[in-house]
Each structure stands twice: as structure tokens, then as C-alpha cells.
Design a protein around this ligand. Structure first.
Ligand code: MSP
Length: 637
């Protein structure tokens, strides 16, 4: 049985958990659950980082001693995870005595080997980062991260001979393309390694800081917080000789955001090498969640509370949005508007409807039981093949932690199943009395629902469980093997009783309902528009797009439903009032300009997620498009 070990950063306890922490931890949970469905032995670790200046300062600000302060905040992190559906196997705290012993043992080993030496050092110390900068690394004399003036400190300290391992590390990264991914971060680390690497100052004199792990070979110093924190990944497994360490460490995957790339990609591997410990297998780096295009920060008051999101939109919807929206490696933009429109389009519409209509047909046509399938037609074979292929692609994406891409792929299959139902028209088969064919179609759709339930479980554990229960399945993750599912189409057992109705994802409410497009008034009648500030203009996200598909909206001669590619794997449905001026085939493949962050609204029952810009001419509307071919998603300003 293969093993899989996934970790999150251990979070500082100087602030309460927010969306950013929730994202990495949910990503790790999804990966872990997914690997359980590959029939692997899995271990998932998260925890808190509790030593160092930052923490002491936060405790002081709160009028508490460090220990009771860290106990309190760490408990908030620990208590949050079950609320977000996160099932971690262990929670490590750097104040655990077992962790402290492990750090001291590694320090001693590296010291004995001669890779830690004593020396004097002068540098620009940033208290926010808890590290030294060289003059060259400062930006206009300020810390590049905190934009604050660092303090010049000259003191004696211990240093880790990191420079000694520079060439070795470079070679390791070059010969192991999967070690750091996505590739832009791998390239960033290789670029760092083109410059000479300094040795790492790994101690802080107790005259300045006492809240830390004492150096085993010199009690006048405590350990630098990063040298202490990184070791959590092995101390939690009982390094060096615990069974957990032997089983899981060879398959360790660290998840981090781009802010802590260097400690994980440079400090940690060289520390492991010096300590004679095998390297971790992979580092996966994600971008930052921004809120309305700005960084989340307490001072801006835009910090997103994950529990509040859960309360408002439900756990499954919140988790789905986070996983579907952020492409690994890129920054993501969080807004409740975007969450609701994703929820309604993907969950209420595509997935929810698929379950609702399928269960209702099974109830009407087969007394709510799984029918016995007959022989497949070419159309059946096609959707089955698609289901197998989709599972294969989904597994590959999830193995690479590219959940957004995996879900996008899987949703194409879900939409394919909906289309298969439309084309097979079970209601017609029933009318014509073709019960054999009807049974085959139904059995196939139900089998499609089964694999859908399995695929969504890592992301939406509650919904996945419910779907299985509705299909009369006794769901046990350890009995599933998604790789096997990619090669084998399993039907449900004929005769199995199904739930009467599904109702998994009731539509979220605050979508603007607007069934009518308001007739645009003629230009002459329009009042002079009010002045718009530059900041008003900046609120609009204007992008180029490419029309992938176009069709007339039934029951109106004005509207076209467009599927528009907005780059970066974003696809949008947009309902545009273009039908009088353009035939669907005329517009397909065309470049358009799109207002991408317009509040979604419903037109003739279709959720329109944006607006295509047009020019009003005396002879009608013309699409506004760039002069040359440009990649979809290019910014317009
Ligand atoms: N304690 C160190 C990590 C030590 S690991 C050996 C630390 N802690 S932290 O509390 O600052 O957490 C940083 C991590 O939180 C990021 O790497 C990321 O996982 C998560 N995020 C915090 N803000 C984030 C966003 N705005 N967006 C996405 N994730 C972010 O660094």
C-alpha cells in the first residue's frame, strides 16, 4: 500500500485564523481525502508555530504571558479545523516537549558534524520577519516585506553552513523536476541559487529573546524560529525511529503559499541534508487570496472569516469555491458575489439539477429502484468512455494538487451527463413504451452519478456522503480506488432503492433576478451621465474573451447565450442582447470584450456572468473587439 503525507505550514499564533489559513488547510484536506480514495495510507499534519519575537509582542499587547497566550490562540486554530470539515491526523505545536527534544537533537547532530559555527554578524534586522537582511536586500532602506526601517544589529551568533549545500541543492532541484512545483516557483528558487547563498544565522541571544528553544550546546542562546518551526514536519512523525516516520516521510508533500517559499525550498532541504535526513518529496506552492484585488489585512478591515462564510453559504459551497476558483500557483480573488455565482452555476444548476432530475425520473419510471441495463448504443459507449477519461484526467490533476483544473474537467462530464439525458429524452422513451432503452439510459446515468459522488467527496465531504446515501451506497473511502474507476465503469446494483428526491444545493438567494432586459433608450433621450471618478472606472474588470459557443435563448428573439473563454481556465456563460444582429454561428470563435466582474443576473432562467461590450450604430449593434488576435483574459484599461 502506498503512503501519502501532507502538511500545511504551522501557523503563527499572533493572529486569529482567516481565509488564507483556511485555504491551505482545506487544500491539504482535499488532497488527503483524495489520496484515501486512491486506497493509500495517508497522514495529514497541521499545527501552530509558537516561538519568537512576534509571538512575545502579541502576548504583551494582550497583557498575557506567552504561554497562556499561545495556548489560547492555538486552541482557536485547532478548534476551527473540524468546523471546516478538515480531518487532520495530528496537530503539532512547537511548544510540545517532544518537538523541543527533536529540535535540540538535530541541532546537536548538525553542530557535531561541524555545520554550525560561532561568529559575529552585523545586519539589518526586521522584527516583523524575524530575520536579518543585507543592505542589498533592502528596498530604499526598508524591509521589502513590511516596508519598515530595520534595526542594524551587530552581535555574536551561531550560523548554519547553508552555503556549503548550495551546489548540491541546485543539482537536486535540476534533477528532480517535481521537487518544487508549479514551475514558476521552481524557477524562482533556481534564480535565488544563482546568487551566492549566505550562511543562516540560527540563534538569538537570550539577552534579546528568551521565548524559544535553547541551543543544546550554548545556553546563552535560543533557536531562530524558522530552524525550530521547519523541524515540526519530522518531529510530529517521531523522527528518527518511530513507525510513522518510516512509513510517511518518504512521501512527504509540503503545501505553502508563496510568502514562505525560501525557508521551505532553501533552508529546509539544506537543514535536512546536513542532519542526514532524506529530503521531502515535494513542495507545492500556491498564490495569495486577495479580496477585491487587494491584500487581506486587519488594517484594511477586509479579512475574511472562514466560519462566517461557512455559516452563510454552507461548508460544501465554501470549500468548492475555494478549490474551484484558485489555480495552483496564481493569486485568487475572493468575493461573495463570485462565490454565489459559482455556487448557483456549478452546484445548484449543473450538479444539483442532475441529481434532482435523475432521482425524480427513477422514481417515476422505475419505482425508485435501479433498473437493469440492456446493451449499450454508440451514444452510451461515448458517454461511458468520457466518464472513464474524465476520471483519469481528474486523478492526474488532483495528484498534482491542481484541484481547480480537475474540477473543471469533471464538471464537463457532469454537463455531458445532463446533455446525454436531454438527447436520450427518457420522457419520450417512456411515452413510446421503449422500457428497455429507458432502463439502459437510467442505469447509465445513475452509474455516472455514482462516480460523480466519489469525485466530489474530497472537496465536499457532506454532499459526497449524501449523494452516496441517495444512491443507496454504503460509502467507505477505504474500499474505493479511483485509479481503478478510471478504467472500469461500475454500474449500481440493479434493484437498489434510491432516495425519492435529492435537493442537495438549493440556489443561493441574493442573485439579482432580472427576467427582462431593459430596452436601451435612444442616445438622444439619455441624460448626460454623471461624472465618474477614475476609481469608479477601476472597479470594472474589463477583459478580452473568445466566444466558444453561441446559441439562441429559447422564447426570445433578442438574446444569445454565449460560452466565453476568459483565459486562465475561466469560462463564463453570458447572455447578450445580440440575437437580432448576429447569428450564433457568426459570433462563435470571435474575440469580444467583456465586463467580467458585473453582478451576475438571471435572464430567461440563465445566469449571466458578465457583459459583452457592443457599439451602438444606426444599423444595429457591432461587437467591440481588439484589433489583433490577443490571448483571452487580456486586461483592458
Ligand atoms: N509560521 C510560519 C510558517 C512555518 S512552517 C514551518 C508562517 N505562518 S503564517 O501564519 O504566517 O502562515 C502563512 C501561511 O498561511 C501561508 O504560507 C499560507 O499557507 C497561508 N496564508 C496566509 N495568508 C494567505 C492568503 N492571503 N492567501 C493564501 N494563503 C495565505 O508563515
Amino acid at each position: 500500500m502506498n503512503s501519502f503525507y501532507v502538511t500545511t505550514p504551522i501557523y503563527y499564533v499572533n493572529a486569529l485564523p482567516h481565509l488564507g489559513h483556511a485555504y491551505t488547510t482545506i487544500l491539504a484536506d482535499c488532497a488527503n481525502r483524495f489520496h484515501r480514495l486512491l486506497n493509500e495510507k495517508t497522514y495529514f499534519l497541521t499545527g501552530t508555530d509558537e516561538h519568537g519575537d512576534k509571538i512575545v509582542q502579541a502576548a504583551e499587547k494582550n497583557g498575557e504571558d506567552p504561554k497562556s497566550y499561545v495556548d489560547k490562540i492555538s486552541a482557536r486554530f485547532q478548534g476551527l479545523w473540524p468546523e471546516l470539515g478538515v480531518e487532520n491526523n495530528a496537530f503539532i505545536r512547537t511548544t510540545f516537549p517532544s518537538h523541543k527534544r527533536c529540535v535540540q537533537r538535530i541541532l546537536q547532530d548538525v553542530f557535531d558534524k561541524g555545520d554550525i559555527y560561532f561568529g559575529e554578524y552585523g545586519g539589518y534586522y526586521c522584527y516583523g520577519c524575524e530575520c536579518f537582511y543585507t543592505e542589498k536586500e533592502l528596498e530604499n532602506g526598508l524591509c521589502p516585506d513590511h516596508l519598515e526601517k530595520p534595526t542594524y544589529i551587530k552581535e555574536e551568533n551561531y550560523f548554519f553552513r547553508m552555503s556549503k549545500y548550495q551546489d548540491w541543492l541546485k543539482e537536486h532541484i535540476l534533477s528532480h523536476p517535481d521537487f518544487i512545483q508549479p514551475r514558476q516557483y521552481r524557477a524562482e528558487v533556481l534564480a535565488m541559487l544563482r546568487e551566492p547563498l549566505d550562511d543562516l544565522c540560527i540563534s538569538r541571544p537570550k539577552t534579546r529573546l528568551t521565548w524559544g528553544i535553547e541551543l543544546p550546546f550554548d545556553q546563552r542562546f535560543v533557536t531562530y524560529v524558522w530552524f525550530d518551526a521547519l523541524i515540526n514536519y519530522v518531529s510530529a512523525l517521531g523522527w528518527p525511529d518511530h513507525e510513522l516516520f518510516r512509513t510517511f516521510w518518504p512521501n512527504a508533500h509540503h503545501l505553502v503559499a508563496k510568502d514562505i517559499l525560501k525557508p521551505h525550498a532553501v533552508f529546509w532541504p539544506t537543514m535536512l541534508k546536513a542532519a542526514g535526513i532524506e529530503l521531502y518529496k515535494g513542495l507545492r506552492v500556491h498564490g495569495y487570496w486577495k479580496v477585491d484585488e487587494t491584500k487581506m489585512s486587519k488594517s484594511l478591515g477586509n479579512v475574511v472569516d472562514p466560519l462566517e462564510m461557512r455559516k452563510k453559504y454552507g461548508l460544501d459551497g465554501f470549500r468548492y469555491f475555494l478549490m474551484r476558483e484558485m489555480q495552483l500557483g496564481h493569486d485568487g480573488s475572493f468575493s461573495e458575489q463570485a462565490l454565489v455565482s459559482r455556487f448557483n452555476a456549478d452546484l445548484a444548476n449543473d450538479l444539483g439539477n442532475l441529481f434532482n432530475r435523475s432521482l425524480s425520473m427513477a422514481r417515476k419510471y422505475f419505482q425508485g429502484k435501479v433498473p437493469q441495463s440492456g446493451a449499450w448504443t454508440a451514444e452510451d459507449r461515448e458517454i461511458v468512455d468520457r466518464g472513464l477519461r474524465t476520471m483519469h484526467d481528474y486523478v492526474q490533476c488532483f495528484q498534482d494538487f491542481r484541484m481547480a483544473r480537475g474540477l473543471e474537467t469533471f464538471w464537463e462530464f457532469i454537463r455531458g451527463l445532463n446533455k446525454y439525458i436531454d438527447l436520450s429524452a427518457p420522457w419520450k422513451l417512456r411515452k413510446e413504451g421503449d422500457m428497455d432503452r429507458l432502463a439502459t439510459v437510467m442505469a447509465l446515468v445513475l452509474a455516472g452519478l455514482r462516480r460523480t459522488a466519489l469525485a466530489v467527496w474530497p472537496i465536499m465531504p457532506d454532499a459526497g456522503q449524501k449523494m452516496c446515501a441517495q444512491l443507496g451506497l454504503d460509502f467507505r473511502p477505504e474500499e474505493i480506488d479511483l485509479i481503478e474507476e478510471a478504467g472500469n465503469w461500475r454500474q449500481l446494483q440493479p434493484g437498489t432503492a434510491l432516495a425519492e428526491r435529492s435537493n442537495l444545493f438549493p440556489r443561493q438567494e441574493f442573485i439579482l433576478e432580472q427576467e427582462q432586459i431593459t430596452e436601451s433608450k435612444s442616445r438622444e433621450q439619455e441624460p448626460e451621465p454623471a461624472e465618474a471618478g477614475y476609481e469608479d472606472f477601476q472597479k470594472l474588470q474589463l477583459l478580452t474573451g473568445k466566444v466558444l459557443a453561441a446559441e439562441k435563448v429559447k422564447g426570445t428573439d433578442k438574446l444569445l447565450k454565449l460560452e466565453v473563454d476568459l483565459g486562465e481556465e475561466r469560462k463564463r456563460t453570458i447572455v447578450a442582447g445580440l440575437a437580432k444582429d448576429y447569428a450564433p454561428q457568426e459570433i462563435q470563435g470571435r474575440q469580444v470584450t467583456v465586463v467580467a466582474n458585473l453582478k451576475p443576473r438571471k435572464l430567461r432562467g440563465i445566469l449571466s456572468q458578465g457583459m459583452v461590450l457592443t457599439v451602438h450604430t444606426p444599423s444595429g449593434l457591432t461587437i467591440l473587439s481588439p484589433e489583433q488576435d490577443v490571448p483571452p483574459g487580456s486586461r483592458i484599461s
